[in-house]
Design a protein. Structure first.
Ligand SMILES: C[S@@+](CC[C@H](N)C(=O)[O-])C[C@H]1O[C@@H](n2cnc3c(N)ncnc32)[C@H](O)[C@@H]1O
Length: 417
């Protein structure tokens, strides 16, 4: 490859990382080793890295202060992001210890210039996943998508407009500004999001724990990526509507569209995992959403809601290829076989959602956090052809992971022809 054709790859600037003393280092290695072991012991639990870290530090609360925690988390992420590249450059036998040494050593920068290392290795992506992204988006865009996923995600929150009795737009803006002011008082740099009307973006990662803020405890805000906020708003529910959030998880999307219903009408939130529904209940309560019931039993839900819904939000399980910078461990768990399995589940869920739609214009809002067309446009087009539906206004919504910007999401609103 000619030098001028060399891809514009970049590496993390290690000098920007926090200092790592022996204590922090031993935590970094312990976490990564335990995380791997957890997957060997409980593969079906498939716990993502961010959640694993949250549980880990809950247990270590007394021993690790917030500055140590931030430094440890940063290194855990960097090592997980660069795992593939480090595997290629580190000395054997492979372990987190040897990867860590390679990360800290001169080879980390040196080997990056080695043209003999394939592009996917320098992007630190598994070959099969990189090939899928390449097939879908071509070399230039694939490289952009993958290199952005080597950054840390931007922290964004959504202001909860339910927690005000005032309803006009100007007052919502006032609440957003009050919250921005509270963040700034803690010394955190923030700005309103560019597209989502109620979002606040952190320009720098905040030091300290903002979940301790009274504004969080009172439900004035929730963490949600800007693209995910926009996705929630694709459910354009009016007060009085009946809405089903069928793959509701811990309620992220419901929390996003519920404020527009002003607690009138009914939201049903469902998921196959009971544990996440418990979290959803707590978050909905904190946010002041009073018109939502939580359901785990699919059969019962069908009995209650058959043919009744104005909206079905279908935020389906997917490969997560648009949000891998939040959980870089997902890169290393990807396989084409798993992708095919999840595509089948999406198809099944689309079919199931038909049961709930009312015949007076009920709509399905299909969403993923994937950048792969098989899970996105191709999936919904297949559904539309089979069931006589179409994509509303012929246009879908897509975002790609952007540097210092949004994550990668897809959404299409499906309506009967
Ligand atoms: C992308 S996550 C949803 C995230 C959630 N909407 C949010 O914004 O927080 C997909 C969810 O689908 C759920 N799920 C997987 N298979 C399902 C099925 N057969 N029926 C219903 N939910 C399912 C998973 O448990 C997971 O919580």
């Amino acid at each position: 490859m000619l030098k001028s054709q060399m891809p514009m790859l970049k590496l993390i600037q290690k000098m920007n990382l926090p200092t790592l003393n022996a204590n922090r280092q031993s935590y970094v290695l312990k976490i990564l080793e335990n995380f791997d072991q957890e997957h060997i012991n409980n593969p079906s639990r498939n716990i993502p890295l961010d959640l694993y870290l949250r549980y880990f530090f809950l247990n270590e609360k007394q021993k690790v202060d917030s500055l140590d925690r931030e430094a440890i988390v940063e290194y855990v992420y960097q090592l997980m992001i660069y795992k593939g590249y480090l595997n290629a450059i580190c000395r054997k036998p492979m372990s987190w210890q040897t990867r860590f040494r390679a990360f800290m050593g001169p080879d980390f920068e040196e080997q990056f210039k080695n043209d003999n290392l394939p592009l996917h290795v320098r992007l630190s992506f598994p070959k099969d996943l990189f090939d899928e992204i390449l097939k879908a988006h071509g070399p230039k865009h694939a490289e952009e998508i993958c290199s952005v996923q080597d950054e840390r995600g931007v922290l964004t929150v959504r202001t909860n407009t339910i927690k005000t009795t005032r309803t006009d737009v100007n007052n919502c803006i006032l609440i957003l500004h009050q919250l921005m002011h509270a963040f700034k008082q803690n010394g955190w740099k923030v700005q309103p999001t560019e597209f989502a009307p109620n979002g606040i973006k952190f320009i720098q990662k905040p030091h300290g724990n903002f979940f301790q803020m009274k504004e969080y405890k009172y439900g004035h805000f929730e963490v949600q990526d800007e693209a995910s906020q926009l996705l929630s708003m694709r459910v354009d529910a009016k007060p009085g509507d009946i809405v089903l959030d069928y793959c509701g998880g811990s309620g992220g999307k419901t929390l996003g569209f519920a404020p527009f219903m002003h607690n009138k009408g009914q939201i049903y939130i469902h998921d196959i995992r009971k544990s996440v529904l418990i979290q959803a209940k707590q978050r909905l309560k904190r946010a002041g959403v009073q018109n939502c019931q939580v359901h785990h039993d699919k059969q019962k839900l069908k009995e209650i809601l058959k043919g009744k819904c104005d909206w079905v939000m279908l935020d389906v399980p997917c490969t997560g290829t648009g949000v891998m910078r939040r959980n870089p461990d997902m890169k290393w768990k990807f396989s084409v076989e798993k992708m095919r399995e999840v595509i089948k589940v999406q198809e099944l869920l689309l079919n199931e959602s038909l049961t709930f739609l009312n015949k007076k214009g009920g709509k399905i809002v299909y969403c993923t956090c994937s950048v792969l067309p098989e899970e996105n446009l191709l999936q919904v087009m297949k559904f539309c052809d089979k069931h006589g539906f179409e994509i509303e206004n012929g246009s879908h919504f897509t975002t790609f992971p952007k540097s210092r910007g949004m994550d990668g999401f897809f959404s299409a609103t499906l309506v009967p022809k």
